[in-house]
Design a protein around this ligand. Structure first.
Ligand code: ATP
Length: 310
């Protein structure tokens, strides 16, 4: 790795995972995407992404999921850094190190989170001084969820999910995520959703005003019945065990449960931190999920953190 004195210090950015409180899937568009209306919430399952000036483009992944994340140019964080370099005529390669703690391929947008983090980190490393709006525009080129992971908090997404609008949300919500081993690919889930809908005319999705009102109360009991995901039936159709997992979580005291994004992670909303611990223990004991993690939302989007002193 290059270590000339003039190189800027490495930059580390912490980035959250997301859960969709509502995911409404509209008609299939001509470009192959579906029109979406979604409400995202950022939760405190984090990846840390560090960028350091290097002689060539490189990537390392550390942490519990390291062996299932690519380190070549398919890594979304590397793609994000290279896109930003191309767009801003920067000729300084970086080594991207991802400390990965967001479950991979779980519908929690971990790859998109790393892309968001890489944009924010490279903007700082290369002293580009881009605004959040400019970073979100580059983010939208990388994926539908990437702009939200820069912004964080609770926000509404339209278009493919990349056009963001603020949502007024009070309070903090406690979540328990049941992370399954069963593979579920996002394109397969959308295809199954289309298959289940058959020839039915699908209206343009419109945000649910009761969900917006619920978020203003800050009360998880009010929010829980408003959680919804149009992809849930498709995910359960492909993996019926997700239906049983949802039932188990509700029997063990969750206020509400929903498949996260295209799955297979199931997100449960609970009353408070004690309820989160109880549900985590109960679901872990069933063995129905590979891993059960508690989290709190909303939290900030991708942001620079002080360098780690190990
Ligand atoms: P989404 O919620 O956006 O559908 P996901 O949470 O289901 O995404 P990811 O964790 O983003 O899925 O990973 C999807 C695939 O992307 C992985 O199987 C992996 O091969 C690839 N990938 C590329 N870069 C990354 C990255 N930085 N982190 C995780 N996965 C990555």
């Amino acid at each position: 790795m290059t270590s000339a004195h003039s190189d800027p210090a490495p930059v580390t950015v912490r980035v959250p995972a997301k859960v969709n409180l509502e995911l409404l899937v509209g008609p299939l568009r001509d470009d192959g995407f579906h029109t979406l209306s979604t409400v995202y919430q950022a939760v405190n399952l984090h990846d840390d992404v560090t960028v350091a000036v290097n002689d060539e483009w490189a990537c390392s992944v550390v942490g519990p999921y390291a062996d299932v994340v690519p380190t070549d140019s398919n890594n979304l964080a590397v793609r994000a850094a290279r896109l930003l370099a191309d767009e801003t005529a920067i000729d300084t390669p970086v080594h991207v190190t991802i400390n990965k703690s967001i479950p991979v391929a779980g519908g929690m947008a971990g790859g998109s989170a790393d892309a968001a983090a890489a944009l924010v980190a490279c903007d700082r490393l290369w002293s580009l001084g881009l605004t959040t709006e400019e970073l979100e525009e580059y983010a939208a080129e990388l994926g539908s969820d990437v702009p939200f992971l820069i912004r964080g908090g609770t926000a509404m997404g339209s278009g493919r999910g990349e056009r963001l609008a603020p949502v007024l949300a009070r309070g903090s919500y406690h979540w328990v995520f049941a992370i399954s081993d069963i593979g579920l690919s996002t394109p397969d889930v959308y295809a199954e959703c289309d298959r289940l809908r058959g020839k039915a005319v699908v209206p343009e999705p419109r945000p649910n005003s009761e969900l917006m009102s619920a978020l203003r109360t800050g009360d998880p009991h009010v929010l829980a019945p408003q959680l919804s995901n149009d992809l849930q039936d498709a995910a359960i159709s492909l993996r019926p065990e997700l239906g049983s997992l949802l039932e188990s979580g509700m029997e063990f005291g969750a206020l509400g449960g929903v498949v996260s994004g295209s799955g297979p992670t199931v997100a449960f909303l609970v009353e408070d931190v004690e309820a989160a611990i109880d549900l985590t223990v109960a679901l872990t004991a069933t063995g129905a999920a590979r891993e059960v993690r508690k989290a709190v939302g909303p939290v900030h989007g991708a942001h620079v953190i002080p360098a780690r002193v190990d």
